[in-house]
Design a protein around this ligand. Structure first.
Ligand code: NAD
Length: 330
């Protein structure tokens, strides 16, 4: 049986990867410090003999004695709300955490795939963004802690590959969504869905004309699995090129949730990218990979998850705040 270590395995993407590799009959080691992830995301596997949860902060050294076949390094806060609340832990996990993950891969002589991001392109001046674009990042702005941590992750990975011949992979993930995201995560899709379902106004930044391209989680997991099996060491974009404005995304979610909420406009955050669309020619050619889910299809699979989460959190609130009148309406 092959053994894979997934850092950040209790997070949104990590938990889907745990599920995917358990289904492929791997032994899965999930390492996480639960800073932005949740044990709930992995509780369904916790009793399986082929699954092990290791609560650990990857910025601290980590050793594992039994053989590892592969490492997927996904530990890092990922939502702008999370990383702007935790700028130093974000830089530390991108630098020290990545160093520890690469060191572990070197000790085990196993392959390692590392999660980078479309944020390495910053507020892009090239559209759509191919892997050859070097980006337009403000290193000292509020998003710099995340963008530069990931740029350092890529540089350190290439240095390990070139210096030690380590078998590395780098993926640049574009906005991905799906079940297991947190309601309070702060990213556009969970925020709009939970606002729409609870009858609150949908908060759109600026005029909402900035664009995003959203990828459904199953497509991303499929792409990651193909990259791991490939033999390509330079960064590969993974994302869905279906681009739309943030305002149109909010309207689509209102439509699909049959919500009567209002849309309100708030100030644009500093350095918020104006456009975002992956050029996925490389992934198409190299991996024969194409996203299968349209945004509407992915949202139709995601909304029921948030409905359930909101019902559970409202009944927990009712238990703990018995007597208050706050309620969630659908
Ligand atoms: P997430 O916040 O749900 O998951 C991140 C996980 O990493 C959490 O479980 C968290 O507890 C864990 N973690 C953070 N710091 C840690 C540390 N020091 N030690 C151990 N565990 C730690 O976010 P996500 O959306 O699942 O993102 C996962 C990875 O994918 C991140 O590296 C992120 O940068 C990358 N990514 C995600 C997206 C996206 O759209 N979801 C886009 C680009 C890149």
């Amino acid at each position: 049986m092959k053994r894979i270590l997934i850092t950040g395995g209790a997070g949104f993407i990590g938990s889907h990867l745990c599920h995917h590799y358990l289904e492929k009959d791997y032994e899965v080691l999930c390492l996480d410090n639960l800073s932005t992830g949740s044990f709930d995301n992995i509780s369904a596997f916790s009793n399986l003999p082929s699954f092990k949860f290791i609560e650990h902060d990857l910025t601290k050294p980590f050793k594992f004695n039994d053989k590892l076949d592969a490492i997927l390094h996904f530990a890092s806060p990922a939502s702008p709300v999370d990383y702007q609340e935790k700028p130093i832990p974000t830089l530390k996990v991108g630098a020290l955490g990545t160093h520890n993950a690469l060191g572990l891969a070197r000790a085990h002589q196993c392959k390692i795939l590392l999660a980078s991001t479309s944020e390495v392109y910053g507020d892009p001046q090239v559209h759509p963004q191919p892997e050859t674009y070097w980006g337009h990042v403000n290193p000292i702005g509020p998003r710099g802690c995340y963008d530069e941590a990931k740029r350092f992750l890529e540089a350190l990975t290439m240095a390990y590959h070139r210096t030690h011949g380590l078998d590395t992979r780098i993926i640049r993930i574009f906005n991905t969504y799906g079940p297991n995201m947190r309601i309070q995560d702060g990213r556009a899709i969970p925020t709009f869905i939970s606002q729409a379902l609870s009858g609150k106004s949908l908060t759109v930044h600026g005029q909402g004309d900035q664009t995003r391209s959203f990828c459904y989680i199953d497509d991303l997991v499929n792409g990651i699995s193909r990259v791991l099996e490939s033999n390509y060491h330079l960064p590969i974009n993974l994302g869905n090129p279906q681009e739309l404005s943030v305002l149109d995304c909010a309207k689509l979610i209102m439509n699909l949730t049959q919500s009567h909420s209002k849309i309100v406009f708030e100030e644009r955050p500093i350095d918020d990218p104006h456009t975002r669309r992956p050029d996925i020619n490389l992934a198409q050619k190299l991996l024969n990979w194409n996203p299968q889910f349209s945004l509407q299809q992915g949202l139709e699979k995601t909304i029921p998850y948030f409905k359930k989460k909101l019902i559970n959190s409202s009944s927990e609130n009712e238990k703990s705040l018995s007597g208050t009148k706050e309620s969630i309406t659908f």
